[in-house]
Ligand binder design. Sequence first.
Ligand code: PLP
Length: 304
Amino acid sequence: MPRIAYVNGRYRPLRDQAVPVEDRGYQFADGVYEVVKVLNGAPRDLGRHLARLDRSLAALQIRPPMARGALVQVLKETLRQNGLPTALLYIQVSRGTAPRNHVFPRRSRPSLVVTVRRPSFPSVREREQGVKVITLPDLRWGRCDIKSISLLANVLARQEAAAAGCREAWLCERDGTVAEGSASNAYIFDRAGRLVTHPLGERILGGVTRSVILELARADGMQVDERPFSLEEARAAPEAALSSTSSLLLPVVAIDGHPVGAGRPGPGVRRLMGLYDAWLAGPEDSGKGRPEHGRDEVSVELAS
Ligand code: PLP
């Protein structure tokens, strides 16, 4: 079955789809995106992802390409046409096509692209033995809370990690703070057993997985500290982890070649992975977005 993509009103095989050269996403990376996990044919946390999409669009003054209900129908139809029960769903919105000019066009229709691909979730080995990260200076722009398609600094960091045989690059601020990974959020357990992760704000993307994990940890009685932590603290921490929609939650067992704790997944991260796995195996949540950054809740009709 060929992969089917939705591009501005048309469902067609991915290889036959195209966007115009003057699409501002191509010219200026003037757009935003979302990646949604699909399990058993249903998107997980769609409410949270769509709330973040709205927030990213509003931050860049891009009009939503269509009403929420219509967008959900497009997502469902794209999923149906691809027939993959386990998948990653990509939603990309650019400001649209207009003659090249840095200034926003007076009139342009936002461009919407929806694609579906097979996920490459972490292997059993990565989950059981953990993964390694390197650290790099954070070269990104000042609004990392917007899920922008401008990913060049992230791409370069991830490439450097891959070349070093590591799963991820943790991006460090000038003051030595670990912000997050190139495509994931970063955590440590401190010596008191508290789960520590960078607070929301303009230095990190408010991960949907992060929000679920923090809720699960708190509901389990774990102490959660949303505060900056330094690279020095991370290297001395007993445990570390990363999370994202496609990486799920993974133990980090080495930072820049130095083992974290005993160099294998510790009890805190293993407990959290168990909680997250159980949550994933459970029913889709109520469809209520509990978006970060204080936006209103939104509900999403998922029933097919
Ligand atoms: N931080 C960055 C920079 C990311 O690109 C991502 C995901 O792509 C995340 C964090 C994790 O976000 P989520 O859990 O919503 O996938």
